[in-house]
Design a protein around this ligand. Sequence first.
Ligand SMILES: [Cu+2]
Length: 463
Amino acid sequence: MVSRRNFMSGAGAVAIGASLVSRAGAATLPEAVTMAGAATQPPLSPPNGRPYNPVVTLNGWTLPWRMKNGVKEFHLVAEPVVREIAPGMKANLWGYNGQSPGPTIEVVEGDRVRIFVTNKLPEHTSVHWHGQRLPNGMDGVTGLTQPGIRPGKTFVYEFIAKRPGTFMYHPHADEMTQMAMGMMGFWITHPKDPSQHRADRDFCFLLNAYDIDPGSYTPKTSTMLDFNLWTFNSRAFPGIDPMVCRQGDRVRIRVGNLTMTNHPIHLHGHEFVVTGTDGGWTPPASRWPEVTTDIAVGQMRAIEFDATDLGDWAFHCHKSHHTMNAMGHEVPTMIGVDQRDVLEKINKLVPDYMAMGETGGAMGEMEMPLPDNTLPMMTGSGPFGGIEMGGMFTTVKVRKGLAGNDYKDPGWYRHSAGTVAYEWQGGDASMPAATRAPDAEGVAARPGEKVLKVIKPGSHDNH
Ligand SMILES: [Cu+2]
């Protein structure tokens, strides 16, 4: 199968050996292709079947298929995987075909699709094809529409991809555990006519969240709300790739939410419209411009904009704790609290103790010793210093004159002279005295008072 070989040579995917599936099944099962790395793979141009415009899965990939008597056959393998959340931290997750989330499945409206699902997890599972119109018995709800797929068994799902749009797949078996461990993937049904809903760049990813204690590797699966790793496709910034766009391109970003809370997703520098929801494509007359769209639990959104303005534009969840990585979120707010007296006493016991938060929480320039396999809370650095972001954050990089299929990170944007915010050099700006609360004396730093600087640890050789 030339297509698969081509795909693999460019994408670092490898076929799972036939020895890993049952001998009886080896003759009929399509090869299961697996992915070793978490880098964004180039779009998979359809080698056969109906033509379509492929998507780019952020820090992910698309599952190759084989055509058999006009049916598109895929092979998903549910299995424990190790996913790099960002350089410096790996997690023991459950996923599909080597990664979590699993590969994106791309089909065309009207395709007959057959998906083999092999279970290599220690417990039963199923796959629910979220948002699809299909025969009830193919809906993948354990106990309701099928028995669970026991460990070592392979089930077959078959249906026609009826409705074009943006979908997901995930288990409907022991969801609390299996979703908390990362069992999920993206599904796209392209329109039969490739000129319909056409975009020049079409990105997709899932919102997901994990609760992994600093220094450990396995998510706590009973956590309900207090997750500490907020991720795009199981990657946290600075491990999330940028979305690279050519100036003038029509750009689509499809996002699915499989966390347990909503995420207001925000784009800088451009306004967008919501062109797609779980129910399909929104009619143009129903669209209005936004710079933030809230994506509720279990929802999908496709947003579109014209990449008109050059630069590195922030793209992130607007819940501020969702752009942080694992560590303590249960610290008191210390803004305005004078910690000097107590600091002296603590320093006798803990020489490296830092007085923190007195002037806010900016930590971009600060380094602290961390346990192994732990990401700093706010860690990415940019051309002007610390970006002070982690979690659900990346950039949309708009550049002139890229090739249509060029998704390589072009590096940081080079601003032309006179287009970067700068320090006022004209002397002190005169300002009227601010109105202050009657008890402000007790808690706030006094105007003009010298502010205590953070004391940094003497050594951080390990980092
Ligand atoms: Cu969020």
